[in-house]
Design a protein around this ligand. Structure first.
Ligand SMILES: NC(=O)c1ccc[n+]([C@@H]2O[C@H](COP(=O)([O-])OP(=O)(O)OC[C@H]3O[C@@H](n4cnc5c(N)ncnc54)[C@H](OP(=O)(O)O)[C@@H]3O)[C@@H](O)[C@H]2O)c1
Length: 279
């Protein structure tokens, strides 16, 4: 049986994937900066920044799930470190969580460059790869439901841009299916939810389920960023989120790809159910 390792195992995505791998009786190694955070699984210390020990940590691994780092701005070097170590350790297959339409002009601009550079590094490494270009997590928007209820409106800057998001668990399950499946080497998948919705559609769904009138109110990008700062978000994160909405208004989060549903072998979780689980 092959041995599968996963980075970012202490993160939200990694935790779901790890649980699924264990449920499927896979031979799994969890990689984490602080392996003491993990129990009930073989865990090894692994920091994207610390090249010392990376090759050792990847010894005996056949398939590596490289969950993209959360440290935006550092990721090209971090991911290159991991790819170099994996190659030297003899890893045969790297599965990487990239970004929907990473090579398209209208991709999410704050994120696309690092993902595309990582994709290129993977291809140049000579190690078999699978690129999973993940669309937006539905949770990025459903997390704003409590604030929308408190404010009596859902604010944003995505205009009528369509969003083909999927819940984090759908992306994680597809990743596990690729790791355990056959024939995914050297392929790139565009992963998006089956449904596409606007923020007005999301607000209408929240209204329907709560019985309250929660309209979607579109505001200029700078005003939205300022409102997020006023709500307590750090300025960098607020600007990033507002820019993502602006990109969404231009189609960055929209896709009609069926790759995710094919990898899952079932429909993606419906928006109504994602909203319901938050409510
Ligand atoms: N598609 C989307 O909408 C979307 C949204 C958010 C994030 N993402 C991407 O998807 C990834 C997984 O998402 P998530 O929700 O699981 O994020 P998360 O909960 O923030 O988890 C991030 C993981 O990365 C690990 N990490 C950060 N820096 C590291 C380093 N230098 N060395 C080793 N590990 C490091 C963290 O480890 P510690 O426990 O040690 O901190 C944690 O396990 C994110 O990292 C990001 O690239 C995508």
């Amino acid at each position: 049986m092959k041995t599968i390792a996963i980075t970012g195992a202490t993160g939200q995505f990694g935790a779901i994937a790890l649980t699924l791998l264990q449920a499927k009786q896979a031979n799994v190694v969890a990689l984490a900066r602080n392996p003491a955070k993990l129990s009930g699984v073989q865990a090894r210390a692994f920091d994207y920044d610390k090249t010392d020990g990376q090759i050792e940590a990847l010894k005996g691994i056949n398939t590596l799930i490289l969950v993209s780092s959360s440290e935006v701005g550092q990721r090209v070097v971090q991911h290159q470190n991991v790819i170099n170590a994996a190659k030297q350790a003899g890893v045969q297959h790297i599965i990487y969580t990239s970004l929907l339409g990473a090579d398209k002009e209208n991709a999410v601009r704050a994120l696309a460059g690092e993902h595309l550079a990582t994709e290129q590094a993977l291809k140049a490494s000579g190690v078999n790869y699978t690129i999973l270009r993940n669309g937006w997590y539905s949770e990025n928007y459903t997390a704003a439901i409590p604030a929308a209820l408190a404010n009596g409106a859902f604010y944003g800057s995505a205009q009528a841009g369509k969003i083909s998001s999927a819940v984090r668990a759908d992306f994680a399950e597809a990743t596990v299916n690729v790791a355990l499946g056959e024939g995914h080497e050297n392929r790139t998948y565009e992963l998006a939810g089956d449904e596409s919705y606007t923020l007005a559609d999301l607000a209408a769904e929240i209204s329907r389920q709560t019985g309250k009138d929660i309209p979607y109110i579109d505001i200029p990008v700078a005003d939205y960023a300022a409102a997020l700062v006023q709500a307590g978000l750090p300025e960098g994160l607020a600007t990033f989120l507002a820019q993502c909405d602006e990109d969404a208004s231009k189609g960055a989060l929209f896709s009609t790809s069926q790759d995710l549903t094919h990898l899952l072998g079932r429909p993606t979780v419906r928006l109504a159910d994602a909203v319901k689980s938050v409510l």
